[in-house]
Design a protein around this ligand. Sequence first.
Ligand SMILES: [Zn+2]
Length: 69
Amino acid sequence: MSIEKDSICCPSCGKKGTWTPENKDKPFCSARCKLIDLGEWASEQHRIPGPPVELDDSDSDDDAGNEKR
Ligand SMILES: [Zn+2]
């Protein structure tokens, strides 16, 4: 009987690793690589072209002009 481990290449750093049931970060070699990859993926997703967000800059805090006695 031999323990079979699927050897993998980490998509993030390309390091060779092994897939084990305990590896919750697969297919990445480590949680760090997973975060890196997820971060890159997220940044890509955030670059979706869309309508420009118009910030409501009507900060009418200037309404206190009649406060001088
Ligand atoms: Zn890695």
